[in-house]
Design a protein around this ligand. Structure first.
Ligand code: 5GP
Ligand code: ZN
Length: 113
């Protein structure tokens, strides 16, 4: 399967890791859009948020525990934004479920555009 994030998980593409355990990996985005821009992914290949079901949703809960830990570890005590893009209309470019953790400066209240 030609999935960039699966290749990062396997170590075939290098990444700047922030956190790793048996089921979740987090690494710095290659093209950061904020002072802190971390990508958090399940190691299991789930294509997008629309594919989250009862039998794979536990890892999503775990991802949010990991995000809380990373937020603390990276000093984002003032807050951050978590973004998930799903599918074509959602602007998803890498078809492996991922959450963007963005922080390090104050964002506006507008969500999009
Ligand atoms: P999406 O647009 O699918 O929500 O986000 C994909 C993100 O993955 C983008 O922010 C992009 O910069 C990041 N990205 C794409 N390829 C790589 C890569 O090879 N390494 C890293 N670290 N990030 C990547
Ligand atoms: Zn994948």
């Amino acid at each position: 399967m030609d999935c960039i994030f699966c290749k990062i998980i396997k170590g075939e593409i290098p990444s700047n890791k922030v956190y790793e355990d048996d089921t979740v990996l987090a690494f710095h985005d290659i093209a950061p859009q904020m002072p802190v821009h971390v990508i958090v992914i399940p190691k299991q290949h789930i294509e997008c948020a629309a594919d989250i079901k009862e039998d794979n949703s536990a890892v999503v809960a775990h991802i949010f525990e990991v995000i809380a830990k990373i937020g603390k570890d990276l000093g984002l005590a003032n807050g951050y934004r978590i973004i998930n893009n799903c599918g074509e209309d959602g602007g998803q470019t890498v078809k492996h479920l991922h959450f963007h953790l963005l922080g390090g400066e104050k964002l506006g209240e507008k969500l999009v555009k």
